[in-house]
Design a protein around this ligand. Structure first.
Ligand SMILES: O=C(CO)[C@H](O)[C@H](O)COP(=O)(O)O
Length: 268
């Protein structure tokens, strides 16, 4: 299958079931000149094909550039048009609205069948760093409310240990007035000391990034993280912390679009 906007015949991904830790070829061809973009699309399409069914009712939609392909694939399947879609950010709300899908809120639909989301880094135990787009609070809420949480990512996100591939730090959403206290607590109260902590600054605005929840984000640089669950527990215990971009033991499966055009998976 050739998709609109694709330019050269190169990559191919399956729509059939994939098995744990394996790579596959075959199925609808995905043709793109950029291997990273192709990887995102491969992973997203495979996850939608295998995890979202017409007999589902409510689907969580993550945030970021990979999720754009999740919605693109959903829109190619008219049999998924009657489902309700729950956003995890302003960006994903617009994806749902602009696609003409039915938008729901987590308050209306606290029980979600499947949530599909991207990630910044994923380790072999399916722990993930998220929040590169500062959406980690709503992403975690919507992932936790789902029976199944599925990660989609390109090959750059696969890692042996969190903090090795993703070197921009662990995103920590904080209540604005608490940011200095939290920065100081991160340096003095954790068993794993960060090399540095930065208040994330906006690019096209003076001052800090402000999240969809009106908060700030601190990026904490720990290097390789041996025990992400312990680190998560310690950071969440600091007063002023709203949510941490460490997702531990949450995902059932991660799909990775590889640079050779295959899709690999990691399962719990
Ligand atoms: O956690 C996220 C946003 O807060 C994103 O899912 C994560 O940053 C991955 O984004 P992309 O698909 O653009 O690489």
């Amino acid at each position: 299958m050739r998709l609109e906007g694709d330019v050269e015949p190169r990559l191919r991904c399956p729509s059939q079931a994939l098995s744990g830790g394996t790579q596959c070829t075959g199925g609808p061809a995905i043709v793109m000149s950029d291997p990273v973009e192709a990887g995102k699309k491969l992973a997203a399409y495979a996850a939608v094909d295998e995890y979202i069914r017409p007999d589902h009712k409510v689907i969580g939609i993550g945030s970021g550039s990979t999720v754009v392909y999740v919605v693109e694939r959903i829109l190619q399947k008219p049999e998924l048009g009657h489902l309700v879609y729950i956003p995890t950010s302003f960006q994903s709300k617009l994806l749902i609205i602009d696609g003409g899908l039915t938008l729901g809120s987590i308050e209306q639909y606290p029980d979600i069948d499947v949530t599909i989301d991207g990630a910044d880094e994923v380790d072999p135990q399916l722990n993930a760093i998220k929040g590169g787009g500062a959406c980690q609070f709503q992403e975690k809420l919507v992932a936790e409310a789902a029976k199944k949480f599925v990660i989609v990512a390109d090959y750059r996100k696969k890692s042996t240990k969190l903090g090795v591939q993703w070197t921009k730090g662990v995103p920590i959403e904080v209540v604005p007035m608490a940011y200095k206290v939290v920065m100081s607590s991160l340096q003095s109260k954790l068993s794993l000391k960060p090399a540095s902590v930065d208040l994330r600054m906006a690019v096209k605005k003076a001052g800090p990034v402000v999240t969809d929840n009106g908060n700030f984000v601190i990026d904490a640089h720990f290097g390789a993280i041996e025990n992400p669950a312990q680190l998560l527990k310690e950071i969440k215990g600091l007063t002023g912390v709203y949510e941490v971009g460490l997702f531990c033991g949450m995902a059932e499966i991660a799909y990775f679009g590889e640079s050779d055009g295959s899709v690999s998976t990691l399962r719990q």
